[in-house]
Design a protein around this ligand. Sequence first.
Ligand code: BGC
Length: 427
Amino acid sequence: MKIVNRLAVATSLASLCTFSAHGAEGKGRVEVVHYWTSGGEAKSVDVLKQLIEKDGFTWQNSAVAGGGGAAAMTVLKTRAVSGNPPSAAQLKGPDIQEWGNLGLLTSIDDVAKANQWDNRLPQSIAQLMKYDGHYVAVPLNIHRINWLWTNPAVLKQAGVPQAPTTLEELYAAGDKLKAAGFIAIAHGGQPWQDTTVFEGLVLSLLGADGFKKAFIDHDEATFTGPQMTEVFVALRKLKTYMDPNGAGQDWNMETAKVIKGQAGMQIMGDWAKSEWSAAGKQAGIDYECVPFPGSQGLYSYTIDSLAMFKLSSKNDTPGNNAARDDLAKIALEPQFQTVFNQNKGSIPVITGLDMSQFDSCAQASAKDFAAAEKAGTLAPSMAFNMSTSQAVQGAVFDVVSHFMSDKDADPAKAGKQMLASIQAAAQ
Ligand code: BGC
């Protein structure tokens, strides 16, 4: 389903959503729709709020809870349909182009030019932020997805010598953790979390090329081949290690179980680190980050960006436009890039920033990103909106979550089902 159709669906939800303006207008106001609501995420976005307020503008926080952002997207569509878009919203990759196609985004070329974004951003990322040759969005970070987070003290108590590096070691660690009475893998059974694990397995078993063939090319042989069956067999196996009380659970609640020592591991993008940091825990001491087993050298990623919307005639004032431009300017400044990303768990998106101020996980991430870029093994995440439309992503989510909940589903048929769903959604 294209955005236009989905916009229509969203209108019926309009009455459920309320937004309120906070504070006086002052010099101008910038309203941002986002989904950074966990403790660590809220701390990160607060950095932006403070810098904007320091410049005398009003920050209007329109946070919509729900990891992965599906609920926030529904709210955004509702707002757009009712002719009352926010100044900016957290959007990614191909979605920026879809919203651009609808004529709803506004150019921030002036800010980009004045602040030399073309020199600050890698060319490939700058391209994603442009619609029809004009900057319409600003990127904030690079999040790596293919991570495994561990609590080394828990692993030690269960007799696991080190963080697993292969799928076999992951299963062995899972067995030991379970036998010692721990939750082996903290995991919330929500479609996007299930798909995070699925995506990790695709990367690990099919490599970056297979990943791209699946999620960018929608290649038939990739979905119907024996390796995709292996992916689903492995997914079923991993399910046996997942939190038995994880149904419908938010990702950060599951991270908390690893932090508190109730669980040994979590498979999650590096926003998980924001929870560890907010709890005052140290990378390499209290927790460890290793690439998802079997995916060393590969790097799946997403880029959080704020897309800028054309304001309604009521809100389209010089003050509000100045506030939006201030937001865009701040987002790529070294000070913001450092503090925001230290809190968020991601790495800076601007080139040449001093990484010595970051912890060992972020340093490893930056090093691995550069190596993967060179080797051509960067994989734009499907689960996190970098490689395909939301419609195709939704089709994948459905097949994965049905597979996870149906213990009799045939791993040899799941790939074919996924291909059929993707093809229907892509029409
Ligand atoms: C976003 C992250 C966010 C995570 C959990 C991802 O889609 O890129 O910024 O922390 O979802 O909500």
